[in-house]
Design a protein around this ligand. Structure first.
Ligand SMILES: NC(=O)c1ccc[n+]([C@@H]2O[C@H](COP(=O)([O-])OP(=O)(O)OC[C@H]3O[C@@H](n4cnc5c(N)ncnc54)[C@H](O)[C@@H]3O)[C@@H](O)[C@H]2O)c1
Length: 303
C-alpha cells in the first residue's frame, strides 16, 4: 500500500516550481491530487489554465489521479471553489498545501499599497481562505493536515521584501493558531520554509563570474528536494507532528526555532525610561539580534 493511498490532497500553485513537484510526488505516493494554479507571472499578473492542466494531465497519463483547478486562492468565493473541486472529484480532503505565491519586491520606502496588498492577498489571505474553506471537512472527519509554505524571508529577514516577509511570518502564526484550535479534532498544521531554484529566485543576475558561480551553487537546490517533507507531512507518518516550522535546502532539513523569552530583568519598583537605559539595556544588548538576512544565517553553500 502506497503512503498516500486513498488520500486526497489539494496543492495550490501546483502548475510549476515547488508545487508541481509536490503534486507529482503526492500522486506517485498514491494520492488523488487537485492541481490548483491560476498560471500567473511571478508578479501575479495574467492567468493561464495551461500549467494546472498540464500537471494534472501528466499525473493522469502516468496512472495517477488528478484534477486541474484554476481558481485563485486570493478570494474567499474562489478559494471555496478549490475545496469544492476536491470534494466533487474525490469525495474527501486529507491534506491542503498552501503553496501559491507571488513576489513584488521593492525597498520599503518605494513599496506601494498595491504591491503590499497583492502579496498579502495571495500568501496570507489566500492561506487563510483555503484553510478556512477546508476546515469544516477536516473538523467533521476529525483528521487532516495543513501544510503552509513560509519563508526565511519572514522568519529571519531579507532586503526589499516587506510585503512578502510580513505575509510569510503571518502564515507561521496562522499555522500555529490552526494547530492550537484544531488539535481537538486531530487536525495538524505545519510550515515548510523551502530554499529552491525556481522561477521565483531564478531572476538573480548572472553578469559577473562571481554571480555565475553563486547561481550554479543555487541550482543544487532542486524544487523536487522539498517534496519528501511535504509527503511526510501529508501522510499518517506525521500524525503526531503539529505546530512546527521546518526548512529544506537541497539535502539539508532544519527544524526552525520559534519565539520564546530570551532574557529578563526585573526591578521591584518598576521601570522608567532612564532605568531601562541604565539597567535593562546593558543586560539585553549583548543578546540583541543583528540585522541578519536569511543568507547571513544560512551562510554556507547548500549541500
Ligand atoms: N523558491 C524558493 O526558494 C522559496 C523560498 C521560500 C518560500 N517559497 C515559497 O514556496 C512557494 C512556491 O514557490 P515557487 O518558488 O515554486 O514559485 P513559483 O512562482 O514557481 O510557483 C508559484 C505558483 O503559484 C501560482 N499562483 C500565483 N498566484 C496564485 C493564486 N492567486 N492562486 C493560485 N495560484 C497562484 C503561480 O501561477 C505559480 O505557478 C511560494 O509560496 C513561495 O513563497 C519559495
Amino acid at each position: 500500500m502506497k503512503l498516500l493511498e486513498g488520500k486526497s490532497v489539494i496543492v495550490t500553485g501546483a502548475g510549476g516550481g515547488i508545487g508541481r513537484d509536490f503534486a507529482l510526488a503526492f500522486a506517485a505516493a498514491g494520492a488523488n491530487v487537485v492541481v490548483n494554479d491560476i498560471g500567473s507571472s511571478v508578479k501575479g499578473e495574467g492567468s493561464d489554465a495551461g500549467p494546472a492542466r498540464q500537471v494534472a494531465e501528466l499525473i493522469n497519463k502516468s496512472g495517477g489521479s488528478a484534477v486541474a483547478s484554476t481558481d485563485s486562492v486570493a478570494d474567499w468565493e474562489s478559494a471555496n471553489r478549490i475545496i469544492k473541486t476536491c470534494i466533487d472529484a474525490f469525495g474527501r480532503i486529507d491534506a491542503v498545501v498552501n503553496n501559491a505565491g507571488i513576489l513584488r519586491d521593492r525597498f520599503f520606502f518605494n513599496l506601494s499599497p498595491e504591491d503590499w496588498n497583492a502579496v498579502i492577498d495571495v500568501h496570507l489571505n489566500g492561506s487563510f481562505y483555503v484553510s478556512r474553506a477546508a476546515a469544516p471537512h477536516f473538523k467533521s472527519r476529525e483528521s487532516g493536515s495543513y501544510i503552509h509554505m513560509t519563508s526565511t524571508s519572514g522568519l529571519i529577514g531579507n532586503l526589499g521584501q516587506a510585503n512578502y516577509a510580513a505575509a510569510k511570518l503571518g502564515i507561521a502564526a496562522l499555522s500555529k493558531s490552526i494547530a492550537l484550535d484544531m488539535a481537538r479534532y486531530h487536525v495538524r498544521s505545519n510550515c515548510i520554509a523551502p530554499f529552491a531554484w525556481s522561477r521565483m529566485i531564478g531572476s538573480i543576475p548572472t553578469e559577473t563570474e562571481e554571480q555565475k558561480a553563486r547561481v550554479e551553487k543555487m541550482k543544487v537546490m532542486e524544487t523536487a528536494k522539498i517534496a519528501p517533507l511535504a509527503t511526510f507531512l501529508a501522510s499518517d507518518l506525521s500524525k503526531d507532528v503539529t505546530g512546527q516550522i521546518f526548512a529544506v535546502r537541497a539535502n539539508e532539513l532544519f527544524l526552525m526555532s520559534q519565539n520564546r523569552p530570551l532574557r529578563s530583568v526585573h526591578r521591584a519598583e518598576g521601570w522608567t525610561a532612564e532605568t531601562i537605559a541604565s539597567h535593562a539595556l546593558p543586560a539585553f544588548s549583548s543578546h540583541f539580534y543583528s540585522l541578519d538576512r536569511s543568507q547571513d544565517v544560512f551562510s554556507w553553500d547548500p549541500i
